[in-house]
Design a binder for this molecule. Structure first.
Ligand SMILES: [Zn+2]
Length: 415
């Protein structure tokens, strides 16, 4: 395969350096071979032979492919109250195929899935890797893990028994559940550590559903097997337990206070704030879309998150982009709204771009291969019509994303 020369770019490499105008990037095979001023590109051996395919970017922004580190890629966007329990597993997989294409189309070249039944996400990852269907790189979690009595499934009367492979009790159960997911192809472990906003069960979002020993067993077993753990948690006490148990990333963390933020910063625990679903609770018309109990819980949580967001920044938390979609009200591939919300909450635009690229790669443990445009990294690249540092909203909507490349292969080019 001849090399590809992407030239006349404004290079936003996501390392933190200011954009470089009149830049070029050379892609050789699946990797970035070189990046720098376009005047120097011609002398490079990959280009000097005259064999390289040249793509003129006409001054548009060239940046790393974006990442969404909190997706439920097999989930639907229809408000089906039964959800996971009434849709048969093949439907989850088929939805995953449709959603995967939409994510890639929108410039998301890597997603970390945090919970799909029946290993539908592992199957989707395998199908994409084998070239059967288009989609982003997927880190799959398989079944999310939670304990007996968790609000994860909503309330069911005590005689109703549902076979739940991800449900465990006790330290031994926790270790066994992690082993089961890893054995079946999980790249990452998703743990539900607290109740949910959207559950009609009796546990509240701020109730911790696991013991510290159970959390520590999950983290220890996952780490022994080389996997990271992402934990769903909201309240300061739940988050603190997770951090001290060695959990790698806190998902949502919406209610964290200053001491907990300081603890996370000290321990290097990442935060995936998933602002989008909470933003929905504050939108006009939310009363028609959500039951009252959800708004009563979700609205104050959303407001608290916005209020405390500057503290996340001042403590230097490692923050990565996660949409918590697709879900009703959040179509697949609309993740870039998350960047807008983070900027509105006080995050500098460069940091927001990095939250979806460099920092996201660090959070998922792939910073050696992904997240920035540097020689030797995988060529996951997008071309954007506009300047994301002037207005991160240009990353929303696929009409502004002019080219999507994953692993050196052009998925879409509408330049
Ligand atoms: Zn989620």
């Amino acid at each position: 395969m001849p090399a590809i020369l992407l030239t006349n770019a404004t290079l936003l490499d996501a390392t933190g350096k200011p954009p470089l105008k009149d830049a070029a990037v050379i892609v050789d095979g699946e990797k970035i071979a070189w990046a720098g001023p376009k005047a120097q590109a011609q002398a490079r051996p990959e280009v000097a032979t005259g064999q390289a395919t040249v793509i003129d970017l006409k001054g548009k922004t060239l940046m790393p492919g974006m990442m969404d580190v909190h997706v439920h890629i097999c989930q639907g966007t229809d408000p089906n109250p039964g959800g996971e329990l009434t849709d048969i597993l093949p439907l989850h997989a088929i939805r995953g195929v449709v959603n995967a294409r939409a994510f890639l189309d929108a410039g998301f070249t890597t997603v970390r899935n945090v919970g799909s039944p029946g290993y539908a996400d592992v199957a989707l990852k395998q199908a994409i890797a084998r070239g059967l269907v288009p989609g982003p790189r997927i880190l799959a979690s398989g079944w999310m893990l939670f304990t007996e009595g968790s609000g994860e499934r909503g309330y069911m009367r005590p005689e109703v028994h549902v076979e739940e492979p991800g449900m465990f009790v006790g330290v031994e159960g926790a270790r066994r559940a992690v082993r089961m997911d890893v054995y079946n192809g999980a790249d990452i472990i998703k743990l539900v550590a607290s109740g949910r906003v959207g559950s009609n069960a009796f546990t509240m979002p701020w109730d911790t559903e696991l013991t510290r020993d159970e959390m520590a067993a999950v983290a220890d077993e996952a780490h022994r097997l080389g996997k990271k753990v992402a934990a769903h948690a909201y309240a300061p006490h739940t988050v603190a337990d997770c951090v001290l148990a060695g959990i790698d990333s806190i998902e949502h963390g919406v209610m964290i206070d200053e001491p907990t933020i300081a603890l996370m910063a000290e321990r290097g625990t990442a935060l995936v704030p998933t602002m989008s679903p909470f933003h929905n609770y504050l939108q006009p018309g939310a009363e028609q879309r959500f039951p009252a109990y959800r708004l009563e819980r979700g609205r104050p949580m959303a407001q608290l998150q916005r209020k405390n967001f500057p503290l996340y920044l001042s403590y230097g938390l490692k923050i990565a982009t996660g949409s918590d979609g697709p879900r009703p009200g959040s179509l697949p591939g609309t993740t870039a709204l998350e960047l807008q919300l983070m900027v509105e909450a006080g995050m500098p635009p460069m940091q927001a771009v990095q939250a979806a690229t460099k920092t996201a790669a660090e959070v998922i443990g792939m910073a050696d291969r992904l997240g920035t445009i540097e020689a030797g990294k995988l060529a996951d690249l997008i071309v954007v019509d506009g300047d994301p540092l002037a207005d991160v909203r240009v990353l929303q909507g696929k009409e502004r994303i002019k080219l999507v490349m994953k692993g050196g292969q052009v998925f879409r080019n509408s330049l």
